[in-house]
Design a protein around this ligand. Structure first.
Ligand SMILES: Nc1ncnc2c1ncn2[C@@H]1O[C@H](COP(=O)(O)OP(=O)(O)O)[C@@H](O)[C@H]1O
Ligand SMILES: [Mg+2]
Length: 483
């Protein structure tokens, strides 16, 4: 998560606010809470917020009134609706566009991650728009050397340069969007736009104008004409994410575009040609959705020309160390701190079930970076649910052995290791207590060396490039911290 950013919860229903706050904090988000009367005090630095979540708002006669006031503070801050809060279709369009999604009651883990991810993406775009900075690079490459990921890569290469529609399936956080962007960048359309739409996050009644655009006055609130995503993707690729959540009425309209390759803006009868390649994705089992009558069979066949199944992270545990490295590198590149993980911690993470897949891993790594800035995270430092025994079993995994060896293979241990590591250290914005930090670093490395040497001090001393007696001295000095 963009963890320095907080979520502001506005809710006059104290119990509801408390419930949502507990859940968000549980998954690592920091929250500020406020009532609809005093929220502005908590919103004085909107640049420090990830999103505003709106619940009961008695101080306002309508939702649009509250949103207008939020817009007076920031026009780009993502807004989430919580619980039963809904808006009638007459919310003006410019107010609607800021609403990114909904936190359900009770929240479901995956959809909560999705909606927070959507907020992050909005914030990322906002940074591009407002200060020309690049957002955290989410989709550079598809990391992994497991057979499962190699198979996916092969499929992507095969299909990229065709015009075939692609359907990407897989659990949330498995990299469906990464795959979609890879297909686009490997295709002849790569110099044209890649336009993503999250069909699940955009309320049903807005989806049509979002996809096809609208003319001025097409509906209340359509104050000006607007291009839809199909037009924006002209010549490029349209990524219909969470297609399984598209309402049936929209499915019919989409099918028509796929068949006839043309569409009209809402409120217009001028036909526009669509030269757009479609990549769709969903975490749902579409066969089941078709059987249950929630998804049109004809549309399913249109989309399912070339299915690609993204493997769950638990099915490619060997990629966990590689992914951790990549995720840390991304954070370092964006000056968001750094962290190292001990072999035991990595081994433990390889045994985790990863319900949220790579996204969950990315969130964890980012959290560790904040909790242990520039430190070494051992298995006991991991949140409890990620701790699996002593991690010994996974030591046998070839990928882990490779990872450890890669880290060990830096020539002439101590000097080189510290030199390379220190190079990548940036002084955190808030500064740090150098003495404490160095002590902790020393203790962490000593602990690791001892662990790896099964407590044989001479061996550990060798690993640390120091004399045995020096290590014994240090162990005495740090006795309390080492135990
Ligand atoms: N194979 C991978 N290599 C690198 N990063 C990945 C990979 N798979 C997923 N990610 C990262 O995990 C997060 C979730 O990926 P995403 O494509 O949005 O998943 P999905 O669309 O399946 O929910 C993103 O930050 C993405 O960059
Ligand atoms: Mg996705």
């Amino acid at each position: 998560m963009l963890s320095e950013l907080k979520i502001l919860l506005i809710d006059d229903d104290h119990d509801h606010l408390h419930d949502i706050q507990v859940i968000l904090e549980f998954i690592g988000e920091e929250c500020l809470s406020a009532t609809s009367e005093n929220w502005q005090q908590a919103c004085q630095q909107p640049e420090h917020l990830l999103a505003i979540a709106i619940g009961t708002h008695q101080h306002y006669s309508s939702l649009s009134e509250l949103i207008s006031e939020i817009q007076a503070v920031s026009k780009t801050l993502p807004i989430l609706l919580t619980g039963d809060i809904s808006y009638s279709g007459d919310l003006p369009n410019d107010l609607q566009t800021q609403i990114v999604g909904r936190i359900e009651n009770p929240p479901r883990y995956n959809s909560l991650l999705e909606v927070l991810h959507a907020c992050q993406e909005c914030r990322g775009n906002r940074h591009v728009m407002e200060d020309g900075q690049k957002p955290l690079e989410l989709f550079r490459s598809m990391i992994g050397s497991s057979q499962a990921i190699q198979d996916v890569r092969k499929l992507i290469e095969q299909v990229a340069n065709t015009e075939a529609n692609v359907l990407i399936l897989g659990e949330s956080g498995t990299g469906k969007e990464v795959a979609a962007r890879n297909i686009h960048y490997l295709s002849e359309r790569s110099d044209k736009p890649f336009v993503p739409v999250n069909c699940g996050a955009i309320p049903g009644d807005l989806l049509e104008s979002e996809l096809f655009g609208h003319e001025k006055g097409a509906f209340t609130g359509a104050l000006s004409a607007r291009q839809g995503r199909f037009e924006l993707a002209q010549g490029g690729t349209l990524f219909l994410d969470e297609i399984g959540d598209m309402p049936l009425a929209m499915q019919v309209k989409l099918l028509r575009v796929l068949q006839e390759k043309c569409f009209e803006r809402v409120g217009s009868n001028r036909t526009i040609e669509a030269d757009v390649r479609i990549i769709a994705a969903t975490h749902r089992n579409l066969d089941k959705e078709v059987a249950a009558g929630n998804f049109r069979e004809d549309l399913f066949y249109r989309l399912n020309v070339f299915p690609i199944e993204m493997p769950a992270l638990r099915e490619r545990q060997d990629d966990v160390p590689l992914l951790i490295n990549e995720l840390i590198t991304r954070l370092e590149k964006h000056d968001r701190g750094s962290v190292r993980l001990s072999a035991g911690a990595i081994a433990s993470l390889m045994r985790h079930d990863w319900a949220g897949n790579v996204r969950e891993l990315a969130n964890l790594v980012e959290r560790l970076c904040i909790l242990f800035p520039y430190g070494v995270v051992d298995i006991n430092d991991l949140p409890e649910k990620y701790q699996y025994g002593d991690g010994i079993q996974a030591y046998e995994s070839p990928a882990l052995v490779q990872h450890i060896e890669a880290n060990e293979s830096q020539p002439d241990e101590t000097e080189e290791v510290s030199a390379t590591t220190v190079e990548s250290f940036n002084l955190p914005k808030e500064g740090l207590n150098l003495k404490e930090f160095m002590a902790k670093l020393e203790v962490d490395y000593i602990r690791q060396a001892l662990d790896e040497s099964s407590g044989v001090v001479a061996k550990a001393a060798q690993r640390l490039g120091m004399r045995r007696t020096t290590l014994v001295e240090k162990m005495k000095k740090y006795k309390a911290m080492l135990n």
